[in-house]
Design a protein. Structure first.
Length: 235
């Protein structure tokens, strides 16, 4: 059995690009079973009920399988690794699950596991991003990605498209980048079932570009209403 850490297995893909220093900072946020106050489709009356749901062993194992099979490989395989991927978890996430996350990501310098106690959903998500903004960059590109995956050139394309957008929307404090073409993947007993889709303003492969001085984040806006608050470049 190959016991090499998961991230190390993809190092032959990412290593040639590690250390690139482009003009724009890129930050991605992943919310991994974080027990936020609000922000869930399924609501609970107490934080204890929410934790019981999120930290249920079967639920966490399923979440880890999705992370390992879909989300993480697409992040590790990026052709441009000059970005930060912030994984928000509860500070009381079961030890066995935290250990697996650490093992999966420990060879990827651009991935951080960040434990926090429960806070209001939008507030903590915004704060995590703001805490990692680098004022040395004039602009930041921000995206969120929880259970989904992106193409291995996603970061590279974000920077290329954003560089054009910064010129076109120089008088705007922000704009969005929407890569609307993709696939809905469903695991089944027969294997993976894939359906090609075009969906505007879905969270997968959706990002927003902000002037760093604005102190705004992608979490300030509902993804399905981004076009009401900023120009959107859609592909």
């Amino acid at each position: 059995m190959d016991n090499a850490p998961f991230a190390q297995k993809l190092s032959h893909i990412t290593e040639p690009y590690r250390g690139k220093n482009d003009q724009m900072q890129v930050i991605g946020l992943c919310r991994f079973s974080y027990p936020a106050l609000g922000g869930f489709q399924r609501e609970h009356e107490t934080i204890e009920q929410r934790k019981a749901f999120l930290y249920d062993e079967a639920h966490l194992k399923h979440r880890l399988r999705l992370f390992r099979a879909f989300n993480l490989p697409s992040i590790l395989a990026q052709t441009d690794t000059d970005f930060q991927y912030l994984v928000l978890v509860g500070n009381d996430l079961p030890v066995w699950a935290r250990d697996q996350l650490n093992d999966l990501t420990k060879w990827a310098d651009h991935i951080k596991i960040l434990p926090y106690p429960p806070h209001p959903h939008r507030q903590i998500a915004e704060q995590v991003i703001l805490d990692h903004l680098d004022v040395a960059h004039a602009h930041s590109i921000q995206f969120r990605l929880d259970d989904d995956a992106v193409h291995r050139t996603f970061i590279e394309r974000l920077k290329t498209t954003a560089a054009v957008g910064v010129i076109d929307y120089a008088n705007k404090p922000r704009f969005a980048l929407d890569y609307a073409r993709g696939y809905a993947i469903r695991p089944s007993a027969e294997g993976l079932q894939a359906e090609e889709l075009v969906r505007n303003l879905w969270t997968p492969a959706l990002a927003a570009v902000f002037k760093t001085s604005a102190n705004n984040t992608v979490m300030n806006f509902g993804h399905h209403k981004l076009d009401q608050h900023m120009p959107v470049i859609s592909d």
